[in-house]
Design a protein around this ligand. Structure first.
Ligand code: AP5
Length: 219
């Protein structure tokens, strides 16, 4: 059975960073809901136009919209390919839709990683984040600076700050996480799928812990 991982956690907790690392390490496809929506916004597609006000304001896009986009992304994966859902599901209805879809093909979520860390660390990380306009690689001015300021090490394109990485929107994103996404922790704990991760540690340590868990999962 192909591995299906879920990365759950507040904004800036390192889900995207770890999805890239684990993806490379275990040959898993990272399906990021935020990256997918930003890509649709850049293309100016119908999905992108619908999502824009929510993403830029730090609230959640409607469940149906994101669920359709993410399940379609999963269906496009090569047969037998494992994946990491980064930032999806983010509400109980989204988690139920994902479970139902997987059950339809005899699959299930194998593990949910719950990233936790204090708000002050989150805010520092988000304020320092820079992302590549082309390949989406993520840097941090304090922890992972690019070799040349403002330029992506991987593809040489320009680095920018995300529009939703400003102080006011970060506050809204944290409130949205607490009210709408945090209930998923109980949802997955009840199903015996939750592994809680201290995400305040250096990225190498976090990766090492996640990798140890993934190695125990049936492939
Ligand atoms: P999304 O893009 O998913 O944003 P998010 O959940 O707020 O997560 P982030 O991308 O901000 O952070 P991250 O946890 O990936 O951290 P990162 O690795 O970059 O969603 C954006 C918007 O889309 C939402 O607000 C919503 O509107 C919409 N949306 C998305 N999914 C949805 C859904 N399912 N339903 C409805 N709406 C949805 O790390 C952050 C920084 O810290 C980086 O600079 C990184 O280099 C650094 N860093 C990472 N790890 C470490 C470490 N261990 N030590 C030091 N620095 C670190």
């Amino acid at each position: 059975m192909a591995v299906r991982l879920v990365f759950l956690g507040p904004p800036g907790s390192g889900k995207g960073t770890q999805a890239r690392r684990l993806g490379k390490r275990f040959n898993l496809v990272a399906l990021s809901s935020g990256d997918t929506l930003r890509q649709e916004m850049k293309l100016g597609s119908a999905v992108g136009r619908q999502a824009e006000q929510y993403v830029n304001g730090g609230t959640l896009v409607p469940d149906d919209l994101i669920t359709d986009v993410m399940l379609a992304g999963m269906q496009k994966l090569p047969k037998g390919s494992g994946c990491i859902f980064d930032g999806f599901p983010r509400t109980v209805p989204q988690a139920e839709s994902l479970a139902a879809k997987l059950a339809g093909s005899g699959e299930r979520v194998g593990q949910v990683f719950d990233f936790h860390l204090p708000d002050e660390v989150i805010i520092g990380r988000i304020v320092g984040r820079r992302v590549c306009t082309k390949c989406g690689a993520t840097y941090n001015m304090d922890h992972f600076p690019p070799k040349r300021p403002g330029v992506c090490d991987e593809c040489g394109s320009r680095l920018v700050q995300r529009e939703d990485d400003c102080a006011e929107v970060i506050r809204t994103r944290l409130e949205t996480y607490r009210s709408q996404t945090a209930p998923l922790v109980a949802f997955y704990r009840q199903r015996g799928l939750l592994h809680s991760v201290d995400a305040s540690r250096p990225a190498d340590q976090v990766e090492c812990e996640l990798a140890q868990v993934v190695e125990t999962l049936p492939q």
